[in-house]
Design a protein around this ligand. Structure first.
Ligand SMILES: Cc1cc2nc3c(=O)[nH]c(=O)nc-3n(C[C@H](O)[C@H](O)[C@H](O)COP(=O)(O)OP(=O)(O)OC[C@H]3O[C@@H](n4cnc5c(N)ncnc54)[C@H](O)[C@@H]3O)c2cc1C
Length: 464
């Protein structure tokens, strides 16, 4: 241990959205606050720096959001994607509080883009950050600094010592040394465990080693595991997570939003044996993109391959990687490492199953479907015939895991139903308290902002 432990009113573990919301709120309530962020300063901000938007309830036009988006509609959207596996009381709290969060975010430095137009109808439901999540995180760090919040970077928290019904001290490593602080209150906002592929593999089996992690490499669940080992109440299933199909050439960590592929509805998707395995046209992409991470995870070697032809290339948002291109299907198969004869046979079967395509409409469920093949393609089924042919490889990209700390409506953690008097949690690390499965775009930032502010307020009140 390097020096005498410092004492702080509120120690916040993590340096992303939830942590910053907690830290700013606690500082505004008069607390002396320290943030312990394991990342170096240029990589501060965890997954939050990859985000783009915040889902927000509102009774009338609010900031960049048009019309209204009621509590009941928001909740209904959430219940649909989670198949009812939602803690309704906590979800309602998050939804209801989101309305006052938007002006609060603006007051703390966040700027929003003008409302979106287009086919996704997000102008009413999701407010997009000007400068993305990186802009939001930088604005919050500036505000936190102005409020006197102290930040330690490359400060990797390793242990929170339970002392009866409270946390006694926090150990972290920095510059190769172990350091200790003694906080009156603690807020854990250190994300999920998805960057620890050994932990993922314990839940998913060895297949998880082939998963890519869309966000920060620093969310390894070290604090989560430490607290669960000491009996802190947990929630969620270790296999539940948000996972999408991303370009197989994406880096292992931190590829972010630009590696996502949106071309599946206009393609056929095959596995490494050049066999189709799921209906690529089941529904519009915003409602289906999140299931493809799991579908690819279930294939041999956890890879998939998207095949399209020239007439579909302009129909989707391009990803950061150019597609693989060839004048023939066999040439494409060769470049992608697929068996050429099998790919030719699969495409021929698919093309033969396509019918009348005159009703093709890329942004609606058009019912242009196959007949007589399994799996069917129930919308946007057009033969793949027009060279050049294009391909992308697909891998499972994990966004964040749901196993986490169970909290109550005050964001407080517990042991055996007894509250831990000075421990609160916010953001991804407690998102499983609300989300049992599934995900609603923009809800991660809602959970982090709402529960970060609650945790910061409670932590400061306890310290004072
Ligand atoms: C590519 C991508 C796009 C996304 N887009 C959106 C979006 O548009 N809208 C949305 O709502 N959600 C989005 N999400 C999900 C979103 O990132 C999260 O819900 C939200 O940002 C989580 O915030 P958080 O503060 O809980 O976690 P994070 O922002 O991940 O912060 C966790 C912090 O904890 C730190 N940490 C971890 N372990 C330790 C330790 N041992 N000691 C100290 N510090 C530690 C990390 O370095 C990090 O700073 C996206 C995620 C990804 C990956």
């Amino acid at each position: 241990m390097s020096k005498t432990p410092e004492t702080w009113d509120v120690a916040v573990i993590g340096g992303g959205n939830a942590a910053l919301c907690a830290a700013m709120t606690a500082a505004e309530a008069g607390a002396r606050v320290i943030i312990l962020e394991t990342a170096p300063k240029p990589y501060r901000g965890g997954n939050s720096r990859h985000t783009r938007n915040f889902r927000c309830m509102h009774h009338g036009p609010l900031g960049p959001l048009v019309d209204s988006y009621t509590e009941e509609e928001y909740l209904a959207d959430l219940m649909k994607v989670t198949d009812g596996k939602t803690d309704v009381a906590l979800a309602r709290l998050a939804i209801r509080s989101s309305e006052e969060c938007l002006p609060w975010m603006q007051d703390h430095g966040v700027r929003f883009q003008p409302s979106l137009s287009g086919t996704l109808s997000l102008a009413r439901t999701n407010a997009f950050f000007l400068g993305g999540g990186k802009g939001l995180v930088n604005a919050y760090y500036r505000t936190a600094d102005r409020l006197g919040v102290h930040v330690e970077y490359e400060a990797a928290v390793t242990h929170l010592e339970m002392d009866g019904d409270r946390i006694g001290h926090i150990d972290y490593t920095q510059d190769g040394q172990t350091r200790r602080i003694i906080p009156k209150s603690v807020v854990v906002a250190s994300g999920g465990f998805q960057a620890d592929t050994d932990w993922l593999a314990r839940a998913w089996g060895p297949a998880a080693k082939n998963f890519l992690i869309r966000g920060t490499p620093y969310n390894r669940g070290i604090v989560l595991a430490d607290l669960l080992d000491q009996g802190v109440e947990q929630v969620g299933d270790p296999k539940q997570c948000h996972a999408v199909a991303i370009d197989g050439r994406a880096p292992k960590y931190d590829g972010g939003i630009v590696t996502r592929l949106d071309c599946v509805p206009f393609s056929i998707v095959v596995n490494k044996n050049a066999e189709r395995f799921y209906d690529e046209g089941e529904d519009v992409w915003p409602k289906r993109y999140a299931i493809w991470g799991r579908l690819v995870a279930a294939q041999p070697d956890q890879v998939g391959y998207v095949i399209i032809d020239a007439k579909s290339l302009e129909l989707f948002m391009p990803s950061v990687f150019l597609p693989i291109k060839a004048d023939t299907l066999e040439g494409l198969a060769g470049q992608m490492g697929l068996p050429p004869d099998r790919l030719r046979a699969t495409v021929d079967d698919f093309n033969a199953a396509c019918g009348d395509t005159s009703g093709f409409h890329p942004t609606e469920l058009d019912g242009v479907s196959t007949t007589g093949i399994t799996p069917p393609k129930t919308n946007w089924a057009r033969p793949i015939t027009e060279p050049p042919f294009y391909g992308y490889s697909l891998r499972t990209g994990v966004t964040f895991t749901y196993l986490g700390l169970k909290v109550d409506e005050n964001a407080q953690c517990s042991v055996g139903n007894q509250p831990i008097t000075n421990l609160w949690a916010a953001g991804e690390t407690m998102a499983g308290s609300i989300l049992g499965q599934g995900y609603l775009a923009g809800f991660g930032m809602t959970i982090g902002t709402v529960f970060g502010r609650i945790a910061g307020k409670e932590a400061a009140a306890h310290a004072n």
